[in-house]
Design a protein around this ligand. Sequence first.
Ligand code: BDR
Length: 320
Amino acid sequence: MTDQPIPVIMDCDTGIDDALALLFAVRHPGLDLRAVTCVAGNTDVDGVVRNTLTVLEHAGAGDVPVARGAERPLIEPVRVARHVHGEDGMGDLGLPAPARRAVDVDAVTLLRREILASPRPVTLIPTAPLTNIALLLRTHPEVTRNLERIVFMGGAVTTGNATPVAEFNVWHDPEAAAVLLTAGVPITMYGLDVFKRVLVPAADVQRLRAGAEPRLRLAGELLAHRDPATSGDPTPTGGLGDAGAVCAVADPDGLTTELLPVEVSLAPGPTRGQTVVDRRPHPGEAEIHHGTREQPLVDVALDVDVERYVKLWLETVEGI
Ligand code: BDR
């Protein structure tokens, strides 16, 4: 155990809940955010770069390098999520344009540079389609020697959102997700099963919205935009979404995981993009008749301590 902060790099498609994740990552004392890379997903990649820079400026972290990455998935077309994240990908809050620009190297180059330059192995946190990460792993496989692990938001054990069985980040670029799962480094899948559960209560959202600092008001407005509107209460609660994956890096004990075989369905048709998680206690007829196949083992999040992560996120972002 070391008291030094964990070096982390985030790969985002900012995105309302990516923004909530960034606001947390820059302020948590146990994390050292060394770079942020951007990829098309929730909105187009130029919008993602703009949103990421704006959020970092609001958070007082204007010196973290940001790079533009893939503008479309490996095979699929771009299919943005404006119905969830607004026209600008940030809830159409009318945020100012950022004062600075992305670095003049692409995301894969920045990822390689920052991973290899880190004095201690880096934890990579993708909260977006996995296109940049797949390109990195195929272009510069040597980076894995300085990766501690990858904690990604994506996939689902049970129900999907983009399709009945596929989660958006994996569905957006299934081939890239398949490359990630075979990276050969420890991987944690923070999937929809836990992602959807971490909700900030309405009173906390209201307090943030009335906050004295722009960072707090931004956090409150973003959360209000993530209201799942399931309670019938007119005051919005707010889903932390992607931010939960960063909480899981800062405080792994809040997450219950199990090492399980996971495979991405790459077949065309209704299962494309599904993360098939094998939770069977014994081999089935498929294995008995055809033998076992090699499948990557992934630490799959099965349960989350909701109160613990909400408290951690609020205390970190509010600076309590
Ligand atoms: C994922 O898709 C996006 O809407 C969120 O930012 C999150 O990364 C959830 O499926």
